[in-house]
Ligand binder design. Structure first.
Ligand SMILES: Cc1cc2nc3c(=O)[nH]c(=O)nc-3n(C[C@H](O)[C@H](O)[C@H](O)COP(=O)(O)O)c2cc1C
Length: 349
């Protein structure tokens, strides 16, 4: 059981916030495969505060999407309270604050990971959010392990961590890479173990290099963190949640999903994407997921090429029909080996 604030999860495996990915469709599929909690893509406080279509979309929370975390990013503490309040009113169950994004443009605007170098403003933001919604919803924070490897960076990290908990934050997720590191090199799990030891009873979730169910369970046992947020390892791989559940029950790892089962889940994901984005856009949105789903397929390279060629929903459906025909006798599916090639291929967050 993982508990923070009012949230009670039966297993400690969370669908991480993933900009460009963890939309409603992805969250629905993750839940279907066993994720007990999912976090929306990061949203700019300013956009939440500005009337318009984007705000309306962010603030429409589906009945079957609970518990769901809404994550905010910004620079000006004044913007955070109203944005958090609007999200809480809209039905988000948790308000999460992003102090981790390492994208250059974001840092240049003093948002995301930049705030790890400015504990005073970071903690002002935490207080504003807590004052706005803390009485009714848990407030959580996402951090990287610092700006860089300097002593000052580590001091700032712990100042923000302790200050945020003192202000009433219910849980903090720590990604074991620095902001300057972006995605190069490993996530430092020893640092996560140190953070958990320091935090004691306060709830810490770990992040970084969780590409298999085995890695998720290992992070829990090696670092002592209370839960894990699964990020790149869940893209095109929602089965990681059912696999985590199996290992958590001490069952053996289930066989990789058959091609027919893959096809069923991809079709469901596509339908949810059409529901969310409309037929005209869904094919384009699903292309990047298809490319990652293809890694489970026994003809992975050809399937990958087929998804790469997708630019419309018709193309997506055609690739799905051709490569996931449940009537065909496919060779056994393959277990996907974990890696972070998504970022190497140009992901930005
Ligand atoms: C494409 C992409 C988008 C991301 N978007 C977000 C985001 O919106 N909010 C956030 O807190 N972290 C975001 N992250 C960071 C992940 O949640 C996670 O902390 C990081 O990828 C490390 O985990 P991993 O090595 O298991 O992927 C993103 C990462 C990637 C690769």
């Amino acid at each position: 059981m993982l508990r923070f604030g009012k949230i009670e999860l039966d297993v400690p495996f969370v669908q991480a916030a993933l900009s460009g990915y963890s939309d409603l469709a992805m969250r629905r599929v993750a839940r279907r495969c066993g994720a007990p909690y999912a976090i929306n893509e990061v949203m700019l406080d300013k956009i939440v505060n500005q009337p318009g279509r984007k705000r309306d979309r962010i603030l429409s929370v589906a009945d079957d999407d609970h518990p769901v975390g809404g994550q905010l990013m910004g620079a000006n503490p004044d913007e955070f309270g109203p944005a958090a309040h609007a999200m809480a009113e809209a039905g988000y169950d948790v308000i999460d604050i992003n102090f981790g994004c390492p994208v250059r443009k974001v840092l240049g605007r003093c948002r995301g990971g930049f705030l790890l170098s400015d504990p005073k403003t970071a903690l002002d933001i935490v207080r504003r959010v807590y004052d706005a919604v803390g009485a009714s919803k848990p407030v959580t924070v996402k951090m990287r392990r610092g700006t860089d490897n300097s002593v000052e960076s580590e001091r700032n990290f712990f100042e923000i961590l302790d200050g945020a908990f003192d202000s009433g934050v219910a849980a903090i997720t720590v990604h074991g890479r620095t902001v300057t590191q972006r995605y190069v090199g490993a996530s430092d799990w020893e640092f996560l173990a140190r953070v958990k030891k320091h935090a004691g009873d306060r709830v810490i979730l770990g992040s970084g290099d969780l590409f298999s169910a085995d890695a998720c369970v290992r992070m829990l046992s090696e670092t002592g963190v209370d839960g894990v947020t699964i990020a790149r390892g869940s893209i095109g791989n929602p089965w990681i949640f059912s696999e985590c559940r199996a290992l958590w029950r001490r069952d053996r790892l289930p066989d990789p999903p058959s091609v027919a089962e893959q096809g069923r889940v991809i079709a469901e994901h596509f339908a949810a994407s059409v529901d969310e984005h409309g037929l005209e856009v869904a094919g384009r949105v699903m292309r990047k997921f298809g490319i990652k789903y293809s890694e489970h397929h026994p003809c992975g390279v050809s399937v990958r090429d087929a998804f790469i060629a997708v630019s419309t929903s018709e193309d997506f459906n055609a690739a799905l029909d051709r490569w996931y025909d449940a009537e065909r006798d496919w060779p056994p599916a393959v277990r996907r080996e974990g890696h972070g090639d998504l970022v190497a291929a140009g992901a930005t967050v």
